[in-house]
Design a protein around this ligand. Structure first.
Ligand SMILES: [Zn+2]
Ligand SMILES: [Zn+2]
Length: 254
């Protein structure tokens, strides 16, 4: 039995697959329809997430990518049906922007209790051709379950959130979670990040399912992040290099 992942049931057709033993506390989500399933992100790539998915469903599974950062595409190589936003297709398909040595340094930044068969020497970042290119406003039809693609750039150029209008679930990737929000890399864009938060704020959201850390977070965090970004903009600090700004439930690294 693979005990790297822990799985929680959100409802009868929705699961969260957690990597709680690693400091990143990455979360992937498995959504089942009547005909198909989607797996939102594939995690760190430390253990076999497909085995977990296979133990839950026999439906055909498509992997959809919130964004092409190494901690969200670790298990992509295990699947043959992958979707990614058009702006990050190159990052997935041969032009991943970070050297492997930097990825490995991040992966092992804090020690963790790895599965016995994990070998850092064999760790690599998935590169391959996606089967589906995503655009803002696209829908996945899983059979009696619709999931909308919402392009939310800022943390990365092709970052997407996924939204279910019927359930009012928002899968927020690295745009919204409890913890440090990274808008300080070269490829991030603080102004686009702010725009994306405002775009999400217009949705009717009952539950937020983030890419990292705590799973049960209040929807009020969206307004709190918007308020924080508004203040930063007012104070002329919504730009790279202005530092790490801390609030009650989150911080924003710029
Ligand atoms: Zn990220
Ligand atoms: Zn992440």
């Amino acid at each position: 039995m693979n005990d790297w992942f822990s799985v929680e049931k959100i409802d009868n057709q929705t699961y969260v697959i957690c990597e709680n033993k690693h400091w990143e506390e990455t979360r992937c989500y498995l959504l089942l329809g009547s005909q198909k399933a989607i797996l939102i992100d594939t995690g760190l790539g430390i253990a076999n997430i497909k085995a977990v998915v296979d133990s839950i469903t026999e439906l055909p599974v498509m992997v959809v990518t919130t964004h092409v950062h190494w901690d969200h595409i670790g298990g992509h190589s295990l699947f043959d049906n992958i979707a990614v936003h058009e702006l990050e297709e190159p990052w997935l398909n041969g032009k991943f922007p970070l050297p492997l040595s930097v990825v490995k340094a991040n992966l092992t930044r804090e020690s963790f209790d790895a599965p016995r068969d994990f070998d850092i020497e064999k760790y690599y970042v998935f590169q391959g051709e996606p089967q589906i290119i995503l655009h803002d406003g696209d829908y996945f039809d899983l059979g009696e379950r619709l999931v909308k693609v919402i392009h939310t750039p800022g943390h990365s150029p092709g970052h997407c959130c996924f939204y279910e209008p019927d359930r009012k679930y928002l899968y927020s990737g690295d745009l919204i979670y409890k913890g440090c929000l990274y808008v300080n890399y070269l490829s991030t864009d603080p102004l686009l990040f702010y725009d994306s938060i405002r775009k999400i704020r217009k949705l009717s959201v009952d539950r937020i399912f983030p890419g990292h850390h705590a799973i049960n977070i209040p929807t009020s965090i969206i307004g709190d992040i918007e308020e924080a970004l508004w203040q930063l903009e007012q104070n002329g600090r919504l730009h790279h290099g202005s530092g790490v700004h801390s609030y009650e439930d989150f911080s924003i690294a710029l």
